[in-house]
Design a protein around this ligand. Structure first.
Ligand code: GPU
Length: 829
């Protein structure tokens, strides 16, 4: 029989013509076949979008081929796997990244030219997959790229939202949100797995049962929803490995509400069935306030339960004994959003697999690790007990049991210290009794990761001080990183060629440490010429984009100064705008000879505000109000332009970052856990103007403080400054610019009043007033540096050369070794 199977598969392989061919002619043929048979257009008549679809499908075939081989190989080798659970993944576009990682970009470009198309134009047809909010979600995407490239046996698990992050449109300078119908035109990058589906249960009651003379609890759920898998292959670079990102979509379950059919209300039964789909309908657009919403909890449990069923099924295919579970499985939870998985693992092991509690807990404690992205205790997720008890009654009991045992253990160390016990308790008493998801994670996870050194310090000394004192060994620093594949190779091809040429190798794309080799040439005039040309070409592209979107014409000689990220008070876009107002005010008051010495600037700001975040929305409006005034002022001309780029997302970042000279990272020290945008700018040779916060501290160590513009209060100074309360009088310049806004110099006087209040005397929690003078000094230093273009270019080269540490490859290797205990498993070519 075995021989028969082998013969059969050999025959099939023969019929398949071996592996897919990647020469230009075969690619052309494949693309045309997809035009005809997948897109169902005539091969003599199709437009750019249809060409993109056909192209994407031919790339997809090649992805699937490697992805199959990788999974077969993983199955054969059965290594310990890492399962990465995240409620958000911000993948952006897939086409260019895929062909680059597959190593067939040139062949595709050539094939398309032969067909009369341009690869780059077709790539522009793709919409972003925006299943996430900001840094946390993009970091998850970068980690997937590194996991695949470094050949780790990894799986990503998440939710397939029908609507990703809202589209931002600007009407009269105000943000409006529009739904992101990203699946409307199909998604060639996913594979629907109708047969990979699991029921996920909710509500109901818990009952006691006697099994083999032992009392046990069983959950009698009240509702069941089906989770269907959609697989997204993630190709590694320079390897055959392609790993899987499995996203779950909610579908009505077959057993759903059969009652109604028999009672004859057929139409209503169908309508009700369809409601199951709402679970995976929409991504929550606010990345850090948790409002105790039922739907959010259901989303979390839905994807966790389906993922764990999938993981356990795969484990049981090859193993019988749960003692082997920790040898084969590492579960990483991305922030506390998936932490209900801890209770779910306990429920499965105890209620379904009938392990005793302490054995099950021992297993859970060996498989879970968590990364915390928040900085303040208030930013940590809490779930009201009543809500959890209604949606997941058995999980609530389990959490109570975990907490009871935690408290017993804590009493051994801390005896009567009730304050400490209540701070460490998983259950928060108070007006609304809640479950502290972070405390649940801390109680179970063997490793708690911070995302930069400063951040880990904050976790140890403030946020989780009590836990740190008890379990110092759990706390680890894993400074974030970003993938150089997307952030240089895909988005800045000219820079990519320059680096490869000067290093004499492309090896840095897999081993980014080599990029430090550029330091040697930081003063080389030939490199300077190439570097400046590269920057100019990228600036031209960005200038065209700006003009198309906003009708503002910008000069390429100006310094392109960029702040792009989510709009948050702590990220201080307001500081940036007040700085712009100051610059405007100065230029207005200059005579012509002084004006000639001004370094022209294009100030670019982009980012989304959470729909319910009023202050953030006012900041966006203020940016537009200032832009309107400045850009139309004939006294100013090209000396200053202000641009707000609407609908900032991953693909906009890919365009903007390579075209910027200076980038701003202005968080009040101690508030940005890490920041990853700064790393992308750094790689692209944009100089950083930043506070000593998050990863900027480590960037300064790598490239030297002299190569960036640091300013503002330090992390350890902030609490005292807050205590003291800064006053507007502390900085006359600050008082003046705030007054201009308050007095209606930019219009909308009443609307901006409350925004001004946030930084006035006594308020100013984020210390804009205190940091303003130092901010202006840093800005002046940037101006001076820009005048000396040789010096600037040298600093720019040194920034790229010093960016090696901030590759997600380094981050992932640290996770693999220090948290997960996994080894690479490389599929042979
Ligand atoms: N981050 Br908490 C988010 O994007 N969303 C969140 O809800 C929380 C954190 C960010 C941090 O603000 C940023 O500093 C960090 O670089 C990023 O996560 C990835 O760790």
């Amino acid at each position: 029989r075995k021989g028969g199977l082998k013969a059969k598969s050999e025959k099939m392989f023969g019929l398949m013509d071996g592996f897919l061919k990647n020469d230009s002619v075969s690619l052309q043929k494949d693309i045309l076949d997809h035009v005809e048979f997948t897109v169902a257009r005539s091969r003599f008549n199709f437009d750019d979008f249809e060409a993109y679809q056909a192209l994407a499908h031919s790339v997809r075939d090649r992805l699937i081929e490697r992805w199959h081989d990788t999974h077969q190989y993983f199955k054969k080798k059965d290594p310990k796997r890492i399962y990465f659970l995240s409620l958000e993944f911000l993948m952006g576009r897939s086409l260019t990244n895929s062909v680059i990682n597959l190593g067939i970009q040139d062949q595709y470009a050539d094939a398309l030219t032969q067909l009369g198309f341009d690869f780059e134009i077709l790539a522009e047809q793709e919409g972003d997959a925006a299943l996430g909010n900001g840094g946390l979600a993009r970091f998850a995407a970068c980690q997937m790229d590194s996991l695949a490239t470094l050949d780790y046996p990894a799986w990503g698990y998440g939710l397939r939202y029908q609507y990703g992050l809202f589209r931002q449109i600007i009407v009269d300078g105000f943000q409006h949100e529009q739904p992101d119908f990203w699946l409307n035109f199909g998604n060639p990058w996913e594979i629907e797995r109708v047969h990979v589906s699991y029921p996920v249960k909710f509500y109901g009651t818990v009952e006691e049962e006697v099994l083999n003379g032992k009392k046990c609890k069983i959950w009698i759920p009240g509702e069941s929803v089906e989770a269907v898998a959609y697989d997204n292959p993630i190709p590694g670079y320079g390897t055959r490995n392609a790993i899987n990102l499995r996203l779950w979509a909610a579908k009505p379950s077959d057993q759903y509400d059969m009652e109604s059919y028999t009672t004859g209300d057929y139409i209503n039964a169908i309508v009700n069935r369809q409601k199951a789909e709402t679970i995976s309908n929409v991504l929550y657009p606010d990345d850090r306030s948790y409002q105790g919403k039922e739907l959010r909890l259901k989303q979390q449990y839905f994807f966790v339960s389906a993922s764990l069923q999938d993981i356990i099924r795969r484990f049981k295919d090859l193993h019988k004994n749960f003692d082997e579970f920790p040898e084969k499985i590492a579960l990483q939870i991305n922030d506390t959003h998936p932490s209900i998985s801890i209770a779910e693992v306990m429920r499965v092991l105890v209620d379904e697999e009938h392990l005793d509690w302490s054995k099950a807990w021992g297993i859970a404690c060996r498989i879970f690790s968590v990364t915390i992205h928040a900085v303040q205790p208030e930013g940590l997720e809490k779930i009201p007990v009543d809500l959890l008890g209604s949606v997941l009654p058995r999980h609530l009991e389990i959490i109570y049991e975990i907490n009871f045992r935690l408290m017993e253990e804590l009493k051994k160390s801390f005896d009567q210290d009730y304050d400490r016990l209540s701070r460490m308790s998983i259950i928060e008493e108070g007006a609304v009794k809640s479950i502290r998801m972070a405390n649940l994670s801390l109680a179970c996870c063997h490793t708690v990761n911070g995302v930069s050194r400063v951040h880990l310090e904050t976790l140890k000394t403030r946020v989780f001080k009590d836990f740190y004192e008890l379990w110092p060994q759990k706390f680890q620093c894993k400074t974030n990183g970003v993938t150089q594949r997307r952030w240089i190779v895909v988005s800045n091809p000219s820079l990519c060629s320059i680096i490869s040429k000067w290093l004499g190798t492309e090896a840095w794309i897999r081993n980014v440490d080599l990029i430090a080799g550029l330091r040697e040439y930081a003063k080389d005039p030939d490199l300077h010429t190439e570097w400046k040309n590269m920057k100019k070409v990228n600036k031209m592209r960005l200038a065209e984009y700006i003009e198309t979107l906003t009708s503002v014409k910008v000069s390429l000689d100006a310094m392109f100064d960029v702040q792009i990220k989510r709009i948050h008070e702590y990220k201080r876009q307001l500081l940036n705008i007040l700085g712009i107002i100051h610059r405007y005010d100065c230029i207005k008051n200059m005579d012509e000879s002084d004006k000639r010495r001004v370094v022209p600037r294009v100030c670019i700001i982009g980012g989304k505000a959470a729909p319910g975040y009023e202050v953030a929305k006012k900041i966006i409006k203020l940016c537009h109000a200032v832009a309107d005034k400045v850009n139309s002022d004939p006294d100013i001309g090209d000396l200053l332009k202000v641009v707000f780029i609407p609908d900032y997302n991953v693909s906009v970042a890919e365009l903007v970052i390579p075209g910027s000279d200076l980038s701003q990272h202005l968080s009040t020290a101690g508030h940005e856990a890490s920041g990853t945008g700064c790393m992308k700018f750094l790689m692209n040779g944009c100089l950083l103007l930043a506070t000593a916060d998050g990863s900027a501290v480590e960037i300064a160590e790598e490239i030297g403080e002299a190569n960036m513009f640091l300013f503002g209060a330090k992390v350890d100074e902030v609490p005292a400054l807050r205590e003291k309360g800064t006053t507007l009088k502390g900085s006359l310049q600050f008082a003046r610019v705030v007054r201009m806004v308050r007095d209606g110099y930019f219009g909308f006087k009443d609307y901006f009043k409350s925004l001004c209040d946030t930084v006035e005397d006594g308020g100013d929690f984020y210390l804009l007033g205190h940091d303003f003078a130092s901010y202006l000094e840093a800005q002046a230093a940037a101006d001076r540096a820009f005048v000396d273009q040789e010096k600037w270019t040298q600093m720019s080269i040194l920034s790229t050369a010093g960016s090696g540490k901030f590759s997600s490859d380094r981050t992932i290797e640290e996770y693999a070794e220090q948290s997960w205990g996994i080894e690479p498993c490389k599929c042979p070519f």
